[in-house]
Design a protein around this ligand. Structure first.
Ligand code: DHB
Ligand code: FE
Length: 286
């Protein structure tokens, strides 16, 4: 039987990917952010999952306004880094786990989560930046020859209104847990939630950051996910800026971990580009 052995959530700021790719992680500006990821790298290396189920959002890269799946699952053997306008990031192709992904598709759809199955999907900074931050050996986050873990990508629409509710996301996480526990192979799985935290990229409130709200979200991710499930879209927009809605993806990770969790580690850093950059590592209670 497969099992979920941990959860990790992190922001996915594209400028963080650029800092890694251009060798700028050790500058005075960036080092405090990257230093904060080393304990999570050590945790991931220790847990050494067979597969990461990585919940992320595409930023009009693989999808566009023509096709907007609310939830999608990558069932391919691999996923190339996407060209987001300045060439693909110099990071390895992401190896999938097609058999597990097809099993998850079947189980989720029978469980009434009608997820879109995706056979071809270049992956943008939403997926590759969290991998770079957590799969490295130190605060330089240099790209390995090959990513150390296979990845089943789960995409969530948080770009085009209306995004799914926090409750729907949390419940999807629970359904992922149920599906994982019904999988025949003995696999250790870590679930990632990505994106956020508070940020707004455009308009009069560009640059908005709300660390008080972010801190309460981090606190309650462990101890009161019931509160987080009921936060409405308008509260995300008002309190965390237009792009803070990416945080609903963290609730998929949280739902997948079961009722009781322990917080293993967290890090919070401002600013990372326009974003408050957050990181949290959770384990299911024994
Ligand atoms: C930024 C953050 C994001 O989540 C994103 O997708 C694009 C840009 C930023 O802070 O610059
Ligand atoms: Fe984003």
């Amino acid at each position: 039987m497969a099992r979920i052995v941990g959860g990790l959530a992190t922001s996915h700021v594209p400028a963080v990917g650029a800092a890694i790719d251009l060798g700028k992680t050790q500058t005075d500006h960036w080092k405090p952010l990257f230093d904060g990821y080393v304990p999570a790298q050590e945790w991931l290396a220790r847990v050494d999952p067979d597969v990461i189920v990585l919940v992320y959002n595409d930023h009009a890269t693989a999808f566009s306004l023509e096709i907007i799946p609310t939830f999608g699952i990558g069932v391919a053997e691999n996923f190339p880094p996407a060209d987001e306008g300045w060439g693909p990031r110099p990071v390895p192709t992401v190896d999938g786990h097609a058999e597990l992904a097809w099993h998850l598709s079947e189980s989720l759809i029978l469980d009434e989560f009608d997820i879109t199955m995706i056979n071809e999907m270049p992956v943008d900074h939403g997926l590759t930046v969290p991998l770079s931050l957590t799969c490295g050996k130190d605060s330089r986050c240099e790209a390995p020859e090959q990513w150390p873990h296979r990845v089943v990508p789960i995409s969530v629409n948080v770009v085009q209104y209306p995004p799914p509710t926090g409750k729907r996301c949390y419940d999807l996480g629970r359904a992922i847990r149920k599906a994982v526990e019904a999988y025949h192979e003995d696999l250790d799985i870590v679930v990632y939630g990505t994106g956020g935290m508070s940020h707004q990229l455009h308009g009069e409130r560009a640059g908005l950051i709300n660390s008080k709200w972010d801190t309460a979200f981090l606190d309650d991710l462990t101890r009161d996910p019931e509160r987080l499930k009921s936060i409405p879209f308008l509260e995300y927009v008002r309190e965390t800026g237009a792009e803070g809605i990416e945080l609903v993806m963290w609730l998929i990770m949280r739902g997948a971990l079961g009722d009781d969790v322990s917080e293993i580690y967290r890090h919070y850093h401002i600013p990372a580009s326009n974003t408050a950059s957050g990181l949290i590592v959770l384990e299911p209670a024994a």
